[in-house]
Design a protein around this ligand. Structure first.
Ligand code: ZN
Length: 204
């Protein structure tokens, strides 16, 4: 896994062999860019780029009507997988972009989704996520004292995901309202925290 390369592409999730480990790409990410048109050829000169939204998609739970409990359980498991993977992406992102302060993380399973805004200080280190990101809970119980701050951050974020409560279903009115809230609240907040503007001498 390479923090310098992991967000080079915004194409859908795939895991590729890499001589240094596993090269992982999130399913979807939304960038904020600050750019200026060049009068001569109409090209854009990009001065700044950061990520505002990182999305991890997992398969939909079973549609079986006979198994509603199982379906809810599958949905929670699927979202939990997305949450864990998002923690790794967040660790990579904040390592690659040390000036970034926050980002919106979206976990989805089929058409079900939920989100939260994550601050940089809440995210475990990339070292910790590389070492323990795929570990079982029983392995995490033996984390050395030196890694306890990361351990607390890891479970802090997993607890925040678990306490979100609401999971939205795309196309339903509640989902539309949630998208509006995400856009008007957390997305604007992430952009305000970025504070990147065109350099003064380059403004039109
Ligand atoms: Zn930005």
């Amino acid at each position: 896994m390479d923090a310098d390369r992991s967000f080079d592409s915004q194409s859908s999730g795939r895991t590729e062999p890499d001589k240094d480990g596993i090269h992982i790409i999130p399913d979807f990410s939304v960038a904020h860019t600050v750019s200026k048109g060049l009068r001569r050829n109409g090209d854009l000169l990009v001065f700044h780029e950061c990520i505002t939204i990182i999305l991890e998609c997992k398969p939909a739970p079973s549609r079986s009507e006979y198994n509603r409990d199982n379906r809810n359980h599958e949905l929670r498991q699927s979202l939990d997988e997305a949450h864990k993977q998002l923690l790794l992406y967040l660790a990579v992102y904040f390592t690659k972009e040390p000036a970034a302060k926050s980002v919106i993380a979206v976990a989805s399973s089929g058409s079900y989704w939920h989100w939260m805004k994550v601050e940089k200080h809440e995210v475990p280190s990339l070292y910790f996520m590389k070492r323990y990101g795929s570990a079982r809970l029983s392995d995490l119980a033996n984390v050395p004292v030196d890694d306890h701050e990361d351990y607390i951050r890891y479970f802090g974020l997993m607890d925040r995901w678990a306490s979100l409560g609401s999971v939205y279903n795309l196309g339903k009115p509640e989902s539309d309202q949630a998208l509006m809230r995400m856009r008007a609240g957390d997305l604007i907040s992430v952009l305000q925290e970025c504070r990147c503007q065109l350099p003064a001498s380059r403004k039109a």
